[in-house]
Unconditional design. Structure first.
Length: 55
């Protein structure tokens, strides 16, 4: 039981790191495209799209 929960936590953490790195790339691309003048709502929508893709 302990091994299963540890494995699950490890998978969750790995996915979280993957999502964070992907969203960081998206943010960087947005910053480049918008030249620093980006809207928070746009980043949030992209993050939501990434989450939907993963699930």
């Amino acid at each position: 039981m302990k091994l299963t929960s540890v494995g699950f936590i490890f998978i969750v953490e790995t996915v979280r790191i993957f999502v964070l790195s992907k969203s960081a790339v998206c943010m960087a691309l947005l910053l480049k495209k918008e030249r620093g003048n980006f809207k928070f709502a746009r980043i949030t929508s992209i993050l939501n799209e990434i989450e939907v893709c993963l699930i």
